[in-house]
Design a protein around this ligand. Structure first.
Ligand code: FES
Length: 109
């Protein structure tokens, strides 16, 4: 199982365990995290699964500028270069065990 952590703006930390190969968005849905509605179901079409990658993970989770993900994210309110990612595009592997991401503040949802 891969363990991931979602951090709310009030610093509440939500731990979720999912089998390897799931996406980070799927982990959020399993935990019923309302800040990640994931309206398109993971098709990289809605950006409602936007998260901010924790400092320790930015190297491993650099945004690939040749993918459709960047086109969606760039126009998102709250986009932060270097840490913004769509959680539906992050596939959880053993290397990402312990991954921590921050959820967007309420005003950006
Ligand atoms: Fe829609 Fe990720 S769930 S873009």
């Amino acid at each position: 199982m891969i363990e991931v952590f979602f951090i709310r703006n009030n610093n509440e930390k939500i731990k979720v365990e999912v089998p390897e190969g799931h996406t980070l968005m799927e982990a959020a849905k399993l935990a019923d995290i309302p800040e990640i509605p994931a309206d398109c179901g993971g098709c990289c079409a809605c950006a409602t699964c936007h998260v901010y990658v924790g400092n320790a993970w930015t190297e491993k989770l650099k945004l690939d500028t040749d993918t459709p993900e960047i086109d969606l994210l760039e126009y998102e309110k709250g986009f932060k270069d270097g840490i913004s990612r769509l959680s539906c595009q992050i596939y959880l592997t053993k290397e990402l065990h312990g991954l921590t991401v921050h959820l967007r503040p309420e005003e950006l949802l």
